[in-house]
Design a protein around this ligand. Sequence first.
Ligand code: SAH
Length: 236
Amino acid sequence: MSNWFASVLTVQPEMFPGPLGMSLSGKALAERKWSLETVDMRAFSTTRYGSIDDTPAGGGPGMVMRADFVAAAVDSVARNGRPLILLSPRGVPFTQARARELAHGPGAVLVCGRYEGIDERVIEARAMQEISMGDYVLSGGELAAMALIDACVRLLPGVVGDDQSLDEESFEDGLLEYPHYTRPPSWEGRDIPSILMSGHHQRIRDWRRERAIELTKARRPDMWDAYLKRAPKTKH
Ligand code: SAH
């Protein structure tokens, strides 16, 4: 059985497991399909009040997490081949492909920044890979770490009931997913597209693919371009 292992370095360990302890990820956690440890970075402070931040060199607003304390926290964790990742708005944007790659590995060691961020020297000295959850600024890395962990955990074997439902999802084949419908067949004057009620599996597959293509072209021209580059022979 896989034992994907996430270590989260944070100054707010009480935020975990939080939502990761519920629903799919929570059930998988209880079933030991993955495990989670939090490391309270404050425990590595040598200051009287356990603070790990200080004023920025060169001036300016906010506080910066100290390299020495963050390094001590990082060095306390047994890596066991796991990548060391800093959640950061400056990082490489997180993708489904990255989630899949991480889910195939032994787990991840995740550093959550707070305040203005962390001293650049420890990012370099410990060769942290920076990953971003999107082009916006969160107040801390914890929610980003949770999103990353959730995306990985649902890809672990046996976590999502039906593996096929993973294969057909948005991004898996480079397209957004087709629209879904369920009962009732007619609601507020809107009917489920009749093709979906036809029982004609090939035509349903074709219809779903057309919708996926339409949605991707309209909403994510960037994804559509990338798709065409990868599969230039597909007809549309
Ligand atoms: N001053 C920094 C932002 C600090 S936000 C800047 O302008 O780049 C505080 C912490 O929240 C960061 O250290 C990081 O760990 C986390 N964070 C904020 N936005 C994030 C994002 N989009 N993705 C991942 N982590 C983020």
